[in-house]
Ligand binder design. Structure first.
Ligand SMILES: Nc1nc2c(c(=O)[nH]1)N(C=O)[C@@H](CNc1ccc(C(=O)N[C@@H](CCC(=O)O)C(=O)O)cc1)CN2
Ligand SMILES: Nc1ncnc2c1ncn2[C@@H]1O[C@H](COP(=O)(O)OP(=O)(O)OP(=O)(O)O)[C@@H](O)[C@H]1O
Length: 199
């Protein structure tokens, strides 16, 4: 098995174990969620971000639900991704009107697509990942959605790219991950314990 596949399987196993350890214990789950909410809110405030792109967590990913509620309460506009045929992402504002289950069983926003480009900038892009290393190399789930999206944003917003932070559990911050030419490093990572900045 190739090294990336081995690492993805390791992370999958740990996430499944974390899910079953928490079980139906709401106090464990809400504690984990509150930790991520606090770190993500802190980063948003540090950056003075008024417009943020995030994701809706599934299957043992760090919980973003609490952060989405915090953002709404604090007047921070949030864009969420939708998978498009052909393998690109599009973005839509997270509205009260809500979410509908989309591709890969991930809840997606139902509103109109909004461009995420020079005319409609975001200050902070929070991306899912399986793992991140100390140089900002990010390992995803292998379909390249965020690799392509980060490449697009870098090309379009080269004068003022948004800050990009991966959201991972602290045991997913690794020393060294396999790196490929198309990998675009992230600026930092947010875990349930702290905020990390690379380079
Ligand atoms: N919450 C969330 N939203 C997201 C992503 C993500 O990783 N997480 N994406 C990131 O690109 C995009 C959707 N892309 C996806 C890419 C790959 C898989 C995937 O491989 N799923 C595997 C299981 C992976 C796992 O073990 O967790 C599967 O469904 O079999 C799912 C979604 C956009 N939205
Ligand atoms: N900028 C790009 N343009 C076109 N294809 C790309 C680009 N970046 C990555 N890809 C393709 O996407 C696929 C997945 O790449 P990789 O294994 O690095 O994904 P990943 O980082 O795990 O996934 P993701 O970005 O979905 O989280 C590869 O086939 C790769 O060639």
């Amino acid at each position: 098995m190739d090294e990336k596949q081995r690492l993805r399987a390791l992370v999958r196993t740990r996430r499944d174990a974390r899910l079953s350890a928490a079980g139906d214990d709401d106090s464990v789950r809400s504690g984990q969620q509150a930790s991520f909410t606090a770190q993500l809110a802190s980063l948003t405030e540090q950056l003075g971000a008024g417009r943020v792109a995030c994701f809706v967590s599934v299957r043992g990913e760090p919980e973003t639900t609490g952060y989405l509620a915090w953002a709404r309460a604090h007047g921070v506009e949030v864009l969420l991704p939708r998978v498009r045929p052909g393998g690109s992402l599009e973005w839509s504002v997270h509205e009260e009107s809500g979410l509908a289950v989309g591709a890969f069983s991930i809840p997606e926003p139902v509103g109109p697509a909004t461009p995420m480009d020079a005319s409609e900038r975001v200050d902070l892009l929070l991306v899912p990942a399986a793992a991140v290393d100390q140089t900002g190399t990010r390992l995803g789930w292998g379909r390249g959605y965020f690799d392509r999206e980060l490449a697009r944003l870098r090309a379009e917003l080269h004068d003022a790219p948004p800050q990009v932070f991966a959201v991972v559990w602290s045991d997913e911050l690794m020393d060294r991950l396999p790196q490929e030419p198309h990998d675009i490093p992230v600026d930092g990572a947010v875990t349930e314990e702290s905020i990390h900045r690379f380079g």
